[in-house]
Design a protein around this ligand. Sequence first.
Ligand code: ATP
Ligand code: SF4
Ligand code: MG
Length: 330
Amino acid sequence: MSGYPETVMEVDRLRGGYIQQRGDTQVYVDAVSSVSFRVYRDEVLGIAGESGCGKSTLVKILYGLVKYPLIVREGSVFIDGGDGKIDLTKVDDDYKKRHVWWRIISYIPQNSMSVLNPLQKIKDHFAENLRIHMGIDKAQAYRRAVDYLLDMGLQEDVIDAYPHQLSGGMRQRVVIALALLMKPRVVLADEPTTGLDVIVQRGVLQNLLENQKRFKSSLVLVSHDIGIHAMVTNRLIIMYAGKLVEIGNTNDIISDPKHPYTEALIESLPKLGDKSLRKGLGGQPPDLRSPPKGCRFHPRCPFVMDICRSREPPPIEINGNRVVSCWLYK
Ligand SMILES: Nc1ncnc2c1ncn2[C@@H]1O[C@H](COP(=O)(O)OP(=O)(O)OP(=O)(O)O)[C@@H](O)[C@H]1O
Ligand code: SF4
Ligand SMILES: [Mg+2]
């Protein structure tokens, strides 16, 4: 990235969660609480945090894939579509299908291998998208799809296969090829390499990164693996119990974490050449149905103060390029 960054997405005080059944009654449980950040053009923005902290829920809402039991309660997700900004929380699915999905923003869901229709050959997945969005005929769509599959290191005959005839890694690469097909401005990738063997993981990440660089697009990469973030992301969001607790440049965050949760997360990572046992992060994340009052990290925090138990820390900007939600910095 060079110069002043251009914003392509602006997420403002986003709050969303799930309707859950409890006995005879339905209750709403927050999974993402008051989250604000921007996505810049030509960057790789990482999202990290423990299992259940709301990473997948956040990217689903960023894509605008909000289906029962998921609902958005507050906030906005503006995306720059090239000829104006659209709030993805306000437009309906039909509009998103015709104008937004695949073209402006695409999404590689967690366990995305299951998104392929088992009754459709791979070529029909491509043809459908290309016909809807570009009005091109089947033969052209076929040629374009083959190019994309070859780009992903797949063989041409994959195009004639049904999803179940392909290995997990191959299906994952097909889903990624589909996501990149329309050259979208933003690609959301939720744990795109989890469950793949190491060699395939490297290839998948390389494809995503090459595409991002080639088109100066934005890649939002969810991974619980800080090692992957250290290798490929420019900026990093750390989430805890549905909250964004820290955001900044990845290298700065890893070399000098500010939020006590980030510090514990980094500290628990194995370090090269260091054979001593790493300190684990003690305790468990809270149950989102009844999160602790004040700072949600306070029951696990070694620096907890009185104020942390009663008042939620606001986002605090430090050094101009880091935002941390922690009373230690107020
Ligand atoms: N369909 C659903 N219905 C009800 N609650 C859900 C649903 N999906 C997720 N949740 C809850 O929302 C919270 C956030 O889940 P989410 O999947 O976003 O977390 P995550 O950070 O992506 O976790 P992981 O690292 O395991 O993928 C969790 O408490 C989870 O139990
Ligand atoms: S606000 Fe308090 S409890 Fe929360 S992380 Fe900071 S010091 Fe710890
Ligand atoms: Mg997830």
